[in-house]
Design a protein around this ligand. Structure first.
Ligand SMILES: [Zn+2]
Length: 326
């Protein structure tokens, strides 16, 4: 009997060891926090194409594409902007640092005084401290150019399509960071491609694929093939507001399967209704409500979000908790 027990526990140990060996260390991107910074915005259009397409818009579309793919693989994604906000570089770097993101991606498109140039280049900070950034830049560069078919710009660090440059967002962030210049908006044919959301989403998918290569997330991938389908979620959803605690502005991310009317009501800890602080209509896809609580005192608040579908039947309601610290 004793021998049988020892033999059985041996079998169990072997089974456990086998499971450990066979179980991927990282099943998908669950637990990874990715920060995406669409370059420029507001009064700063960035580079402008020959017929007037603005880089700030293309950067945003590409970033929203990357986010949609990343969220499908369970990554946590924070974006410095999801609309036409104007943000300083120090705000953008602080955003990444204070939210403790694991990887920071600043999305840009390049421009030249001549119409001819059109290639891809990913910038990283120079030096050994940024070796991980260089590895990520390698993966993103290869995946993005797989999609857009472009060649690489001149390299100064021995990595194809990667250039070392101590840009603000690369050296003032505390995590591995890259700044891909996806393509040249100043090239007339490229500008025509960049007008198409589907093309930009494909570049966003290249960023996502590069992160999957870099972080080892390939073991449990659900379907990620169609850039068009990925951007519309199948169900309503509300994520935790960020930052939280906050002072005085916070963002509540939403997933909307259809164009919806949204309401945000606020309650104190005693459950007293403090009134409606947002009401408006948002399109299907990844949306968000920005709430500025500068008129409130520090404390814990609850919010209720209700969404009412405007394209077909469907409504949704959820409650969250936020902490205002002034
Ligand atoms: Zn730019």
């Amino acid at each position: 009997m004793k021998n049988a027990c020892i033999r059985n526990s041996c079998h169990i140990l072997i089974l456990v060891a086998w499971l450990l060996l066979c179980t991927p260390a990282s099943a998908d991107l669950h637990g990874w926090v990715i920060g995406i910074d669409p370059g420029h915005g507001g009064t700063d259009p960035g580079a402008v194409g020959p017929t007037g397409l603005q880089e700030k818009a293309v950067n945003l579309t590409t970033s929203l594409g990357a986010r949609a793919f990343l969220v499908r693989q369970n990554a946590t994604v924070y974006m410095t902007r999801t609309d036409d906000a104007i943000l300083s570089l120090s705000y953008r770097a602080n955003f990444m640092n204070s939210l403790d993101v694991d990887r920071s991606i600043c999305v840009h498109h390049n421009a030249s005084g001549s119409p001819d140039p059109n290639w891809h280049l990913t910038y990283v900070a120079g030096g050994d401290a940024w070796a991980t950034s260089g590895n990520l830049a390698d993966d993103v560069t290869h995946r993005v150019t797989d999609w857009n078919g472009l060649g690489f710009g001149w390299s100064n660090c021995g990595r194809e399509g990667v250039y070392e440059e101590n840009f603000y967002m690369l050296v003032y962030t505390t995590m591995p960071a890259i700044l891909p210049e996806i393509s040249f908006i100043s090239n007339p044919e490229e500008e025509l491609r960049l007008y198409q959301n589907r093309y930009c989403y494909g570049n966003g998918r290249g960023i996502f694929y590069g992160l999957m290569d870099h972080l080892g997330g390939w073991d449990m991938v659900s379907s990620t093939s169609d850039p068009d389908q990925l951007l519309i979620p199948s169900e309503f959803g509300v994520s935790q507001n960020y930052p939280n605690p906050f002072n005085a502005e916070t963002v509540i991310p939403l997933e909307l399967p259809q164009r919806s009317r949204l309401r945000l009501d606020l309650f104190n800890v005693q459950g007293r209704n403090l009134g409606r602080v947002f009401e408006g209509i948002k399109n299907a896809g990844q949306a968000e409500i920005r709430y500025n609580a500068s008129t409130l005192a520090s404390g814990v608040y609850f919010y209720r979000i209700t969404a009412e579908g405007l394209e077909r039947d469907g409504s949704y309601s959820d409650v969250g908790k936020m902490v205002l610290l002034k």
